[in-house]
Design a protein around this ligand. Structure first.
Ligand code: ADP
Ligand code: C5P
Length: 244
């Protein structure tokens, strides 16, 4: 049975109607490692394709009044801080070609904006970015390619202090306290162990132009194969992975 053989070897068939299925990329890494910067560079280089970015941060659960009163005790780096079921629902819709409304999260008051959403349309490429996007197997299983941005902890902390004081309304003392109490332990417990799922590990984040060029070339090749599937629906595509 040829079909069963190819499936067993990791081949995937195109959708029966030959319609294009989006290529899903997961980008993980510690806080302030350069995930967003790397995503922006990939999106810029893929300018001739429709690419959308989905941030795991958008799915942070808003704090209750009571939690807000003790915000310094809240662990924003634990997997339970995110509404992963809602993330899965949005990603499922996007993968099946539907547009979705994604919540807008406010880092200053730790709540979701109740009135507005960000409308995200169906696209050729969906990039899902966040510290814990490789933690849950159901989220990992959505991805065709997984990238881990690897940046030294001291550089990340320095960037985090600057970003959180300038953009997220924090003071240096609270950033350092949160880092020691929650951010670093959760990185060691959840983020670093999920690095093993990555297909590609990028040292130096957005400074690594060689890695980003290679990744973009790989995505282009895959999108070319998707186009081939659309034209020749009976063609099977081999899924490969590579390591830098
Ligand atoms: P993440 O999405 O992983 O939190 P960002 O890409 O948002 O990381 O970067 C975090 C902060 O560090 C931002 O303020 C950004 O401008 C800065 N930054 C990111 N990459 C670099 C770099 N290569 N050199 C200097 N600053 C950087
Ligand atoms: O952009 P980045 O990947 O750094 O975002 C994740 C970080 O945001 C987490 O390390 C978490 O500590 C922080 N965060 C925060 N306050 C919130 C929500 C998240 O400091 N309200």
């Amino acid at each position: 049975n040829g079909t069963a053989d190819t499936a067993a070897k990791g081949f995937v068939s195109p959708k029966a109607d030959g319609a294009r299925r989006p290529f899903v990329i997961g980008v993980s890494g510690g806080t302030a490692s350069g995930k967003t910067t790397v995503c922006d560079m990939i999106i810029q280089q893929l300018h001739d394709h429709r690419v959308v970015l989905v941030n795991q941060d958008s799915f942070y659960r808003g704090l209750t009044e009571e939690q807000s009163e003790h915000v310094q005790d809240y662990n924003f780096d634990h997997p339970d801080a995110f509404d992963t079921d809602q993330l899965l629902e949005c990603m499922g819709k996007l993968k099946s070609g539907q547009s979705v409304n994604i919540p807008i999260y406010d880092f200053k008051n730790h709540r979701r904006c109740s009135e507005s959403f960000r409308k995200v349309n169906a696209s050729d490429v969906i990039i899902l970015e966040g510290i814990l996007v490789f933690h849950d197997q159901r989220v990992r299983d959505l991805m065709d390619m997984k990238i881990f941005v690897d940046t030294d902890a001291d550089i990340r902390l320095a960037r985090r202090i600057r970003r959180d004081t300038v953009e997220r309304g924090r003071d240096v003392t609270s950033v350092l306290e949160q880092y020691g109490r929650f951010v670093k332990p959760a990185f060691d417990d959840f983020v670093l162990p999920s690095k093993k799922y990555a297909d590609v590990i990028i040292p130096k984040g957005g400074d690594n132009h060689v890695a980003i060029d290679l990744i973009v070339q790989h995505i282009r090749t895959k999108l070319g194969q998707h186009d081939l599937c659309k034209i020749y629906p009976n063609v099977f595509v081999v899924h490969t992975t590579f390591q830098i």
